[in-house]
Unconditional design. Structure first.
Length: 118
């Protein structure tokens, strides 16, 4: 089974940018698509963004629309999340996940921490 590894998290100030990356242990990624989720302290995990490989269609949570961009490479080996105009409420552990043809997210990374100070 493919393994996903996230990177790029860190501590930034409000208004700054970060780019998260998710790399697969096995190439190429034969999945329907990929997604990013996050879990803030004391909260449930929530959807952030997703991309489908075939159509390259994207979807975003309302809270990040216009600030975050999800994109993948042509080889389907990496999916990135460009995060601009970060806010303190974006503080969370961010996880990438692979979406199977069934629509279910069935493979998850270990997460990368993003801390946004005010």
């Amino acid at each position: 089974q493919v393994q996903l590894v996230e990177s790029g998290g860190g501590l930034v100030q409000a208004g700054d940018s970060l780019r998260l990356s998710c790399a697969a242990s096995r190439r190429p990624i034969f999945t329907y698509g990929m997604g990013w989720f996050r879990r803030a302290p004391g909260k449930e995990r929530e959807f952030v963004a997703a991309i489908t490989w075939r159509a390259r269609s994207t979807e975003y949570a309302d809270s990040v629309k216009g600030r975050f961009t999800i994109y993948g490479d042509n080889a389907r080996t990496t999916v990135n999340l460009q995060m601009n105009s970060l806010k303190p409420e974006d503080t969370a552990v961010y996880y990438c996940a692979a979406r199977a043809q069934s629509g279910q997210y069935d493979t998850w990374g270990q997460g990368t921490q993003v801390l946004v100070s005010s």
